[in-house]
Design a protein. Structure first.
Length: 302
């Protein structure tokens, strides 16, 4: 059992939520390696306060302040971030395209070297009710989508967003087809798929499928549901890095369920490359707004 939240904060998380496997992984930090992505507006986007660092750094409890991280950051709350958070350089290479795959037309957008020659690719998959334009919005979600675009453009990579109409095997096959096409254009690129909310179903499906997983260098789950079938799918042996971000006040997917799933994975395979960031008092959309893209991608692309 997990402690419930007291006054909006996770109580006893060190003692209860993450007890046990912590001792097994302390002291197993990876050696320092060169970072794949150069700094970009790190001072603005870094985590301002970390409450807890657990599992040798694989589980962070990060402070989220609605005043500081939303009201003081957005010129119009949840609509338009202040201009110092964004750069419109990615617009220069931005475009739209479509891919015929699996008897369907897949609509997507790209920026950076999305037409070929990329050394890394980040593909964003929206949740229910979203579309390919969400992940290309420069000024929503505190400018965080603009930041990941800039990180890829400024480091020789590509960033893509895609329309998903089915969050099942069909949608997963369409995303896999787009990845394969991009790998034809950029054979040496490492691919990270990021999924928001219900889009996480597709991220888990990609990792569970051995053929799809071989195309990936990581998946990023932002306020997404867990997938219990992951544990019995053989995915643990593939070591595809997984990042999970969750808010403690998420009313769509309960943070305790997701944290327990992280704990299950660590118990089953202590060395599996998985990280979890819990945004204290954050809501469903907070991981999209607050996740430090450079930190996560440098871990996956190292």
């Amino acid at each position: 059992m997990l402690h419930r939240i007291r006054n909006g904060r996770p109580a006893g998380i060190v003692r209860i939520v993450l007890a046990g496997a912590l001792l097994a992984v302390l002291g197993m930090a990876a050696p320092v390696q060169a970072e794949a992505l150069k700094p970009y507006k790190d001072r603005l986007f870094r985590y301002k306060k970390i409450h807890e660092t657990l599992y040798g750094g694989d589980f962070l409890v990060v402070e989220y302040s609605k005043q500081r991280d939303l009201r003081d950051r957005d010129e119009v709350d949840e609509r338009r971030v202040y201009g110092n958070y964004v750069s419109y350089r990615p617009k220069r290479g931005r475009g739209s395209a479509e891919l015929n795959a699996n008897g369907r037309v897949v609509l997507y957008m790209g920026t950076g070297k999305w037409k070929g020659g990329a050394n890394a690719i980040v593909l964003y998959v929206h949740g229910q009710g979203g579309n390919r334009f969400q992940g290309m919005n420069d000024v929503s979600f505190g400018g965080n989508f603009n930041r990941v675009q800039n990180l890829m453009v400024r480091n020789g990579g590509a960033y893509l967003t895609v329309d998903v109409t089915n969050f099942d095997k069909r949608g997963t096959a369409d995303i896999a087809a787009l990845i394969r096409y991009q790998k034809q254009l950029s054979p040496h690129a490492r691919v990270v798929v990021a999924c928001g909310s219900m889009g996480g179903i597709i991220c888990w499906n990609l990792v569970k499928n051995a053929n799809y997983a071989s195309l990936l260098s990581g998946v990023v789950l932002l306020g997404s549901p867990k997938d219990p079938n992951f544990l019995s799918s053989g995915a643990l042996s593939r070591n595809v890095p997984v990042y999970m971000g969750q808010g403690t006040l998420d009313r769509v997917y309960n943070w305790e369920d997701q944290a327990n799933f992280f704990k299950q994975i660590k118990a089953r395979a202590p060395g599996y490359p998985i990280r979890f960031t819990l945004f204290d008092t954050g809501t469903h959309g907070t991981p999209i707004r607050m996740t430090d893209w450079r930190q996560v991608l440098n871990w996956m692309l190292r």
